[in-house]
Design a protein around this ligand. Structure first.
Ligand code: FES
Length: 158
């Protein structure tokens, strides 16, 4: 018995049929599967394995290798905290602590309201603004006070 709507699997089956002819279709199929289901639980990985005739262990290996893929449900917004060298030196650990306290989650976790998942990323190319975190397409730099965080998060909670 699946926890997902059969229509989602039908959608995924169409994606697989469409991408099968690509030279290396697996990453693209997984990327789209994650868009459809929100994450890549074992059940979805096994479905892809059967449909594409690939060992489930290989799919698991790919999913766990790339940070981009997640086996846990993710929040509506990814909160990516840069832990690259410039950001680290300029206070990324303090930013992570502030974000954790404000949202009540640790790195890799999702807020109870399902809005944010916090993860660590490498340099996002905005070192002059270090320390930096990114929510979706928005980059925030030199955030030093919790009050600033409240104002930032309010926008996404609205
Ligand atoms: S190290 Fe953080 S943006 Fe470059």
């Amino acid at each position: 018995m699946t926890q997902f709507d059969n229509a989602l699997f039908a959608q995924l089956r169409d994606v697989i049929a469409e991408k099968k002819s690509l030279q290396n279709p697996l990453i693209e199929v997984l990327r789209q599967a994650q868009e459809i289901f929100g994450y890549l639980p074992i059940e979805v990985q096994e479905f892809i394995a059967a449909e594409m005739n690939i060992p489930a262990s290989k799919i698991y290996g790919v999913v766990t290798f790339y940070n981009f893929f997640s086996m846990k449900p993710r929040g509506k917004h990814m909160l990516n905290v840069c832990t690259g060298t410039a950001c680290y030196v300029k206070g990324a650990p303090k930013v992570i602590q502030m974000l954790s306290e404000e949202l009540g989650i640790k790195m890799g976790e999702t807020t109870k309201d399902g809005l944010f998942t916090m993860s660590a990323v490498r340099c996002v190319g905005a070192c002059s603004l270090a320390p930096v975190f990114v929510i979706g397409e928005d980059t925030f730099g030199r955030v030093e006070k919790k009050d600033q965080l409240k104002a930032i998060f309010a926008k996404y909670k609205a």
